[in-house]
Design a protein around this ligand. Sequence first.
Ligand code: GUN
Length: 283
Amino acid sequence: MTEIIDGKIISATVKERVKDGVKKLKDNGITVGLAVIIVGSDPASQVYVANKKKACQSLGIISEEYALPENTSQQELLDLINELNNKKSINGILCQLPLPAHLDEKLIINSISPEKDVDAFHPANVGKIMIGDYDFVPCTPAGVMEMLTYHNIDISGKNCVVIGRSNIVGKPMGMLLLHKNGTVTICHSRTKNLKEVCKEADILVASVGKAGFVTADMVKEGAVVIDVGINRVDGKLYGDVDFDNVKEKASAITPVPGGVGPMTIAMLMQNTLTAAKKQNGII
Ligand code: GUN
């Protein structure tokens, strides 16, 4: 029987844990605050930012939203980040990506204080992930790890194949699996014999950005299949995995929607709590 890995249930347990942690800090007179910056009016980004705000409110985290106009200058954005870096009541800063084309994304990410970088996009945090000594993990790979832990899926010695090599998902995902002693292969658009490589996977993580990309013939019988994709086709959400057919072969699989998606915000909340604890010398 294939296990359906339910992100709604697992994210709720993470959020409960965070809520407890926030309350404990509050009982000791410490507040937890997250600043979310959004520049321009990208509709998908607006939905994500609204959801982050809602999650903060439900967990007792103070959220400050900075919605800046499309024509915001680089200096204006840098000035705001500098102000938030120095603001005591703010523990985490997230600048929603993508930014409008006239803004230098790399420069902006690098200007966020690594101690408040709850996305874990700053090179200092990326480097820490590389050496396995990290406080923050990018929210999506962190969510995937949480799902594997929740289902007692052992990673040690397993063949782990990640499809996609983005800085936000593929690369950190590979590192986290490696730290748990997985044998990791990261595939991408130039990978030869992709189907054969995927067929060797005990744990297959798809982060491609193409609806239904992973088909049943690419999956080994009994594999664990994690679908990071969120693809909107004619207004409907699809993952990167052909769920209906792949689920017949997998031992466990995440659906879309209701899989990895809800985990991402839960892990952001967890990173924000961690930031507050670190900044207050609690951990
Ligand atoms: N845009 C899409 N996903 C993310 C994310 O995880 N963090 C930020 N800052 N922007 C995003």
